[in-house]
Structures are given as C-alpha cells and as structure tokens.
Design a protein around this ligand. Structure first.
Ligand SMILES: C[S@@+](CC[C@H](N)C(=O)[O-])C[C@H]1O[C@@H](n2cnc3c(N)ncnc32)[C@H](O)[C@@H]1O
Length: 369
C-alpha cells in the first residue's frame, strides 16, 4: 500500500488545530519518505528527526526506535496522533541527533539552514545513512551545499508530486566549524544557537519593542512572562533596564534550542548574579500555567509554524495571555503593522491601546479591566 493511502486511513490532526481546512497534518514530503522506506528499508531499525505532526511515526511506528525533535508543538501533535491511532507509545526523545540509535536516520528537512548544518554535523558523527525529504520549493542550494559538505555520497531522488528525498551516506571527517553568531545590543551580549529566530542580527521588531519598555510601569518584584522568548533578548533588556528590582522572569518558547539559548544568554550577561530570577521553559506558550499569575506579559509573536505562515499561533498565545494575566496585569505585544492584531486583542481584552508605531511595527498594551 502507498503512503498516501496509509495516511488516509489514519486520524491525523495538526497541533495546534487550525480552522484553515487547506492546512493538512502531512504533505508529499512525508509520503515520498514513507514510500522510500517501505520499498527499500522495510525492516531497518529507524530513528526519526524533525517529525511534523506524527504521520510518519504512525505508519512506521514498529520500525522507529527513537527520535530527535526541537519543537514542542510537533512533539505534542505527534503524541496526540500516535495515541488517537492506537500506535505504540512515543519513542524516546533524545536531546541530540548524535545519540540516535537506529540503523537508518529518516526525517524532514528543517527550515533553518543553521539548524540543518548543526544537525548534519551531529549526524555525520554516527556513520549511518540518512534519508531526508522535503518539498522541492523548500530545498535550497544552501541545503544541498550543506549535505555535500558533510556527506561524500548524496543521492537526490526524482521529484514526485513536488517532493524529493535525498539519501546521504559516507560522512566526511571534519573539524567542527559551527561558529555561534554573537551580537551586542544596548550593552547586552547575545549568542544565537543554531535554529534560533533571527540568527544574524537582533530582530528589528524586538529593537523597536525594547525602545517602548520605558513606558511600562514595573514594580519591584513583578512576575513577568516572556512569550516566545527566542534568544531571550526582551527579558535581558528588561532585566538590565530594571537592574535594581527583583523581577521574576519566566521565558517560554516552543523550541528547545531557543530555551537553551535564552538561558545561555542570561548566564552570559551574568544576570544570575543580579537580584532577578529567571526560569526557561519549553512549552506551547502558557499552556497549563497558573491563571492570573503574571503582572506583565511581553511578546514578539511568531508569524509562521515551520513553512506555514499564519496568525493561528499568535491567536492562541493571546488567549493564553488573557488567562494567565493578573486582573490588573498588562499584556504588551509588538507586531508587524500589517497584521490584524488590534481586533484580535480587542476580542479578548477590555482595554487595548496602541502605544507606539513606526514604519513597520506597532506596539500594543492590553488589559482585562
Ligand atoms: C518572532 S520570534 C521572537 C523571539 C524573541 N522574543 C525576539 O524578540 O527576538 C517568536 C518566537 O516564538 C516562538 N514560538 C513559536 N510558537 C510558539 C508557541 N506556541 N509557544 C511558545 N513560543 C513559540 C518561536 O520559536 C520564536 O522563538
């Protein structure tokens, strides 16, 4: 049976669910990968990387022994779909691709080139073949160059329904040359781990947002949530600006690399020696956090989930912010001025002010009362 038919027999959902019916829980890259495994590697022990929402894991669950995935949303979706389709429990989630134990590593091409480079470097240590798939429009010359840099043999399949898979074997021996990009902004040192948002500079939306922090009234021991913290720049800037306070920061991101990076930057700037405290949490926004906990929530929201551009994630973050904000708390959000967040905020918060704007961005403050 072909992968598409196998997928159709399953109940598969995206996570978070989307009202856009054109967004499916699998695509042709997953189909071409599963078909190739069924044809050529039907009994091989598999490890999987960069799973999307679990379509591959459901079909190949008897062969898969472990997995690597940076995304909380994908892992959560994968677990839900495995459960809903009565497949085995989720396989061990390893912290580094170089720990995978399968005889063949299969997976999907990540969007970020810096993240792909790091993954290839880790995978090349395993000395095992890697079968990776992607939609043709997302396989850039940068991806191909990296595969050639790390593997002697790269066999690119013919395109089928606008997807390809690539079999990599014979890893090249080389020294690690993954240099971490470093930036300085307002006396803050920032290092970006591979895959973390805005590798090459400090995001211009974040810069504009930080300029507005002087308008936020911050009391001595406020609880502050940084929603979608990325490299942690927003919390770092606020912590430095209010260095005499004892603020409690909780920095959330769905990406494990981002959470590690934000914690790394907190230590790099020696804020562990300040009066502030900070926790770094991988989560889908504020999912399962205590209601009415935060005095201030700051957010520079995402505008895509992998290759899917949309406001669905931010809509869910706005709803969560409302639940977790104290009654007199404030939700501060920066957004590209073309995005429809004013109405979205107004549908959840009683009082919404546009605090500032420039040619590209707007900053909003929303309150429940
Ligand atoms: C536009 S970036 C902002 C990063 C950083 N705060 C800054 O200002 O540079 C958005 C961040 O949200 C994260 N993100 C996306 N979906 C999320 C979710 N459901 N929960 C938490 N974080 C999420 C992304 O991984 C990314 O790091």
């Amino acid at each position: 049976m072909q992968a598409d038919e196998l997928f159709e027999q399953l109940t598969l959902e995206r996570y978070p669910c989307s009202s856009d019916a054109s967004l499916t829980a699998f695509n042709q890259a997953e189909s071409i990968l599963v078909n190739r495994v069924l044809t050529d590697f039907g009994t091989t022990k598999l490890s999987i990387i960069n799973e999307n929402f679990g379509a591959i894991s459901c079909v190949l669950h008897k062969q898969i022994v472990d997995q690597y995935n940076d995304s909380f949303l994908s892992n959560f979706g994968c677990e839900l779909n495995l459960k809903n389709n009565n497949c085995d429990q989720t396989k061990p989630l390893l912290l580094d691709p170089s720990l995978l134990t399968g005889d063949l590593i299969i997976g999907l091409l990540p969007k970020s080139l810096s993240f792909f480079k790091w993954q290839l470097e880790q995978l090349s240590k395993l000395n095992k073949p890697v079968l990776i798939a992607g939609m043709v429009k997302y396989i850039s010359s940068g991806h191909i160059n990296l595969m050639n840099q790390y593997f002697e043999d790269t066999q690119v399949s013919r395109a089928h329904k606008k997807a390809r898979c690539i079999l990599l074997s014979q890893p090249k021996k080389q020294n690690s040359n993954n240099t971490i990009p470093k930036h300085e902004f307002n006396n803050i040192q920032v290092e970006n781990l591979p895959g973390v948002f805005c590798q090459k500079h400090i995001d211009i939306g974040a810069r504009f947002f930080i300029e507005q922090f002087k308008n936020i009234e911050i009391n001595e021991s406020y609880n502050i949530a940084d929603l979608g913290c990325g490299n942690g720049i927003l919390s770092l800037a606020m912590a430095k600006m209010y260095h005499k306070h004892s603020l409690n920061f909780e920095c959330f991101d769905e990406s494990m690399q981002a959470v590690k990076c934000a914690e790394h930057n907190w230590l790099l700037n020696e804020l562990d020696k300040s009066k502030h405290s900070a926790a770094f949490i991988q989560n889908d926004g504020l999912l399962n956090q205590a209601p009415k906990k935060y005095d201030i929530i700051i957010c520079n929201p995402p505008f895509h989930q992998n290759h899917t551009v949309g406001i669905h994630i931010t809509q869910s973050l706005i709803k969560q912010a409302k639940v977790c904000l104290k009654d007199d708390g404030e939700f501060w959000l920066v957004a590209n001025r073309t995005l429809p967040y004013l109405n979205e905020l107004k549908s959840h918060f009683k009082c919404v002010n546009q605090v500032s704007q420039n040619a590209k961005f707007k900053v909003f403050m929303a309150k429940k009362t």
